[in-house]
Design a protein. Sequence first.
Length: 87
Amino acid sequence: MQSSGVGNCINMFSMIQECRFPLLAIVDDARAMGEANPWQVPRVGRHRPPSKAWAFIVHNVDEAQRVPETVAAAARLAFSPLAPSPS
């Protein structure tokens, strides 16, 4: 999802934490991509506070060639029976 869309998922994140559902989310940072839509700019980059509020583990990828290995590692962690429980 786009980083600006994370704000639309607040209720869902609460349910995920409370019910302890595994979640693997791939979020692009439109701010880094040079967001061109003026109505999105106020929300761009605001996905970081919710990720801290729900104690999400965040893996940032700055190089395209690292995307596959990072997503694979994140998926293993998200769906592992040994994954850390949200606090």
